[in-house]
Design a protein around this ligand. Structure first.
Ligand code: SF4
Length: 291
């Protein structure tokens, strides 16, 4: 399929909207808002040269991050709740977004990092198409919770270069409880398999990511069993060579105080155990970030 046809198909799935696994069918072109609360126009909270991602994505100059408002998950501990849940941000056009991508490239960004793009992906894909015509050379990073439709991921072939996936939970119970979505693990595993088949393991040139997948997991308090399930999935269904990023910086913000078991930071012991689980599973590539 040609890229133009893929983009047209993405727009076809916009209204009624079937862009994410919630498949809520909101007629966004007619002013309805979806379960993710997104409406018709792209809305962004900010864009910047961002150093907070894994080393091959930031190098010395930074990742060209564009933070989109709204999200199809409702994480009770979301650190970005101001724009992901409450919708803070500014509506922009497709042409504005293309110009932002080019501006980030001119500032020295190593990639264009689309943070939570799913619900705006048709317009984003159109913006990438325009930006490419006008000189955008950077890899496109699709920065997601993993709760994605396989159909949409297939349509991103040749548009997205790097999938940066935050694999949040190893059980559906946790997905339902803390992010308010059904079948998190089944849906995310299917999406990740498709991403992996599409772009493969991380490919770097002189230490800078060009193509492939990075899977992250933010360790939760009392979350060792969640991690075990995720690690088992990677080892048994993808490869031990997958670049895996274990993160420890969980802080109980937003509504986390209503859930006593996650209303604290993780302990050193939990992080030590988690690191050992990753190492013992044979996963050698990636990063263990302890703060
Ligand atoms: S992206 Fe938003 S509007 Fe579209 S199906 Fe998902 S929740 Fe509904």
């Amino acid at each position: 399929m040609k890229i133009e046809d893929q983009i047209a198909e993405l727009h076809h799935l916009f209204s009624p909207c079937y862009l994410c696994p919630l498949n809520c069918g909101a007629k966004r072109n007619k002013g309805e808002i979806g379960l993710c609360r997104a409406g018709k126009s792209i809305k962004i909270a900010s864009y910047t040269l961002y150093k907070g991602e894994e080393p091959p994505l930031v190098g010395n100059s930074g990742s060209g991050a564009i933070f989109f408002s709204y999200c199809n998950l409702r994480c009770v501990y979301c650190q970005n709740y101001n724009f992901s849940q409450l919708g803070r941000g500014k509506e922009i056009s497709i042409e504005d977004l293309a110009n932002i991508m080019l501006k980030l490239q001119n500032k020295g960004a190593l990639n264009i990092n689309l943070v939570t793009p799913t619900h705006f992906i048709p317009d984003i894909a159109s913006a990438i198409f325009i930006a490419r015509k006008n000189g955008l050379m950077l890899p496109i990073v699709y920065n997601t919770s993993g709760y994605e439709s396989v159909k949409i991921i297939k349509l991103l072939k040749g548009i997205v270069d790097i999938y940066l996936v935050d694999f949040r939970y190893g059980t559906d119970t946790a997905g339902k409880k803390y992010s308010k979505v059904p079948y998190y693990t089944e849906i995310t595993k299917a999406a990740i398999k498709e991403m992996y088949n599409q772009v493969g393991n991380l490919l770097m040139e002189r230490g800078i990511a060009k193509r492939g997948i990075i899977i992250r997991h933010l360790l939760f308090p009392n979350g060792i069993n969640e991690l075990k399930n995720i690690v088992n999935f990677i080892v048994n269904n993808l490869s031990k060579d997958v670049y895996f990023s274990l993160m420890s910086q969980y802080v109980p913000v937003y509504q986390a105080k209503m859930y006593p078991e996650i209303n604290r930071k993780i302990t050193k012991r939990e992080f030590f155990l988690a690191s050992r689980i990753v190492r013992d599973a044979g996963i050698r590539n990636g990063w263990i970030q302890y703060k």
